[in-house]
Design a protein around this ligand. Structure first.
Ligand SMILES: *Cc1c(COP(=O)(O)O)cnc(C)c1O
Length: 219
């Protein structure tokens, strides 16, 4: 099936209020333009350099989301244009984003990434670290970032019950966080293999790559 057909099929499955981030990492501009031509405007990348290169050449009404693990020294390259940073998992990183946003006289929307999976290879905060971060004076003083919500990745497993449990735990952390940050509205969870479960458990934003663009070849 073509990218356009895949995209249309996925969109008809998504309930109202669930945003689709088309994950275009490793894919060429032509693939992104195919999706763009049928109305897709939100794209996700996990490498800053690659995202910058695409932003420079592709239509300017595309919203670029950084979904990958982010190094502090890379923030400056995308501070001018990034629409949402999904993977914020430390106060130090948030401070750098705030600083670079200030240079461009803008506020950068961010998601805090939670560690919900069993594997310890996946990045993210635990609940105690989340609490410490949002209660710190430094966090409260930052004026050039805004926390829109939370992001998480489930364990890579065929055990649906486990994946569902992990998404449900992220949803419950999200609901608790709302008491402290009443304006949060984004719960970014769900990828090609598990977005159906994620939506059932309360996702408002799914990040889908291979189901739209096909398998990725890392060389
Ligand atoms: C690559 C990636 C995705 C998309 O994965 P697919 O399985 O291709 O849908 C989603 N989220 C993050 C953080 C990713 O790095």
């Amino acid at each position: 099936m073509s990218i356009k057909e895949q995209l249309k099929n996925i969109k008809t499955e998504l309930p109202d209020g669930v945003t689709l981030v088309a994950v275009s990492k490793t894919k060429p501009n032509e693939a992104i333009l195919e999706a763009y031509e049928v109305g897709q405007r939100v794209f996700g990348e996990n490498k800053v350099q690659e995202m910058v290169a695409k932003w420079e050449t592709l239509p300017k009404d595309i919203e670029w989301h950084m979904i990958g693990h982010l190094q502090r020294n890379k923030v400056k390259y995308m501070a001018e244009f990034v629409s949402l940073i999904h993977g914020v998992d430390s106060l130090r990183l948030l401070k750098e984003i705030n600083k670079q946003a200030q240079k461009h006289d803008r506020v950068i929307p961010c998601l805090l990434q939670m560690h919900i999976a069993e594997e310890d290879t996946k990045f993210g905060l635990d609940e105690a670290e989340l609490k410490e971060l949002i209660q710190s004076e430094e966090f409260k003083a930052m004026e050039n970032i805004t926390i829109m919500g939370l992001m998480g990745m489930a364990t890579f497993t065929s055990n649906q019950n486990q994946v569902r449990k992990e998404f449900a735990s992220l949803k419950s952390i999200f609901e608790k966080l709302k008491q402290e940050l009443p304006n949060i509205s984004v719960l970014s969870m769900g990828m090609s293999g598990d977005y159906g479960l994620a939506i059932e458990e309360g996702s408002t934003m799914v990040r889908i790559g291979s189901s739209i663009f096909g398998d990725r070849n890392y060389s």
